[in-house]
Design a protein. Structure first.
Length: 417
């Protein structure tokens, strides 16, 4: 009957443990309560197992019943759940880690007695027994070697989990076949032994960090506690301000008023609504979420004058004038009259040929360009175009200059000016 009670308590503890491991909210009070309940159930299982003397140092693995092998994992479960307990006090955390370390040691020692450790795990167990406080699964300091060792440990853990999933789906295990159940429980113990060495190394690293943490004085709780000691250590009429540079209030219980009457902070605080706001901030997106729709943004830009409207086909549409608006009609009529007068006085492209016509009129009257007495003439006074050559002569008859030569001179004159 006691054995049935042990089985029922163990199954209940397993269900509670699975619920704890599947939870994502590890900082809530409910999570800590679930961890404490599961831990209490496993401790009760350990006491019942010791009372029933299920495991003896004189036995081997073959002597243990297949239904009792699952109870070998109890010390590991206690150590693993113990690490999940959180506390704000450094000394309490050290005690929790030391207790978890003892249960890991007991678990590995028991597996070593039943020859359930692999050759690599036996070597690690021997190294741990030689130096428990400085134990590490990766002894080398070479970064490349440590990286390769971590990858190998990860692959080994992944393979063990795949093996467990495969054995759990075995029809023989579903039918409670003794050999299948035994093989599955041994595989679970192999995974737990692998994780035990990783946890021992993690505990050593955490203990090293806690050893470097400053130890603050314990502040008594109750009405006898004087806030003046916390904010400066002064006891007098000028208590409330101190030029002390140490942070004595950091290690207090963070109770009492946040600000003094003079506005001086008395303890650390966070400007947030609640813890829920902190938790929601962890899982928010990495980018800034939009605070308004596109239509709202366009309306705001239009109100600020940041959007220029107009143009397109609508810009070519001439607005119709109201026939009753005589002032507008007179204004448009005067505007059209002025434009007609301007176009009559200034025909299109008139300025482009003004200088050109003036130049040719000068050449036709016998004037030479640039005030020179020489031009494009031949020796007979005829144009160079008729003789096939051009020469500079001293003839005074300029009427024979060709229009082509005049155009060239006009181009040169335009370039010089």
């Amino acid at each position: 009957m006691a054995d049935n009670s042990l089985k029922a308590i163990f199954n209940s503890a397993e269900r509670q443990r699975l619920a704890v491991e599947s939870s994502w909210e590890t900082n809530t009070e409910k999570y800590q309560e679930d961890v404490a309940n599961a831990l209490s159930a496993y401790q009760e299982c350990r006491q019942l197992a010791d009372r029933l003397a299920l495991f003896s140092p004189n036995e081997t693995l073959e002597d243990i019943n297949s239904s009792d092998i699952q109870y070998l994992v109890i010390p590991y479960r206690i150590a693993d759940l113990g690490q999940r307990l959180s506390t704000t006090d450094t000394s309490d955390r050290k005690v929790i880690l030391q207790e978890a370390k003892k249960f890991y040691e007991a678990f590995l020692t028991q597996l070593g007695h039943y020859e359930m450790l692999s050759s690599a795990e036996k070597k690690l167990h021997a190294e741990y027994q030689e130096s428990p406080s400085t134990f590490s699964t990766i002894s080398t300091t070479d970064p490349t070697a440590r990286r390769n060792a971590k990858i190998a440990n990860f692959k080994m853990e992944k393979d063990l989990k795949k093996k467990l999933d495969f054995l759990a789906q075995n029809p023989a295990y579903i039918q409670n076949d003794e050999d299948a159940v035994r093989e599955l429980e041994i595989a679970k113990l192999s995974l737990c032994s692998h994780n035990s060495f990783q946890s021992l190394e993690s505990i050593n690293r955490e203990l090293e960090i806690l050893a470097m943490a400053p130890v603050g004085p314990r502040v008594p709780e109750g009405p006898q506690f004087d806030n003046r000691e916390r904010i400066g250590g002064l006891r007098g009429p000028d208590a409330g301000y101190s030029d002390r540079l140490d942070m004595r209030d950091i290690t207090t219980n963070n109770k009492g008023p946040i600000l003094s009457t003079g506005g001086k902070p008395l303890r650390p605080f966070t400007l947030l609504e609640s813890r829920q706001a902190l938790q929601e901030g962890v899982f928010r997106p990495g980018h800034n979420l939009p605070t308004m729709t596109i239509d709202e943004y366009l309306d705001e830009e239009r109100a600020r004058g940041g959007i220029i409207e107009g143009g397109g086909e609508a810009s070519g549409i001439i607005p119709e004038i109201d026939p009753d608006d005589f002032e507008k009609i007179d204004e448009e009529t005067e505007k059209a009259r002025r434009w007609d007068e301007f176009t009559e006085d200034n025909p299109k492209n008139a300025s482009l040929f003004l200088n050109f016509r003036t130049t040719f009129q000068g050449y036709d009257n016998g004037n030479l360009p640039l005030g020179s007495s020489s031009g494009f003439y031949d020796n007979t006074g005829e144009s160079g175009r008729s003789s096939g050559r051009s020469s500079c002569g001293s003839g005074s008859d300029g009427a024979g200059i060709s229009r082509f030569a005049a155009f060239r001179i006009w181009i040169l004159r335009a370039l010089v000016s």
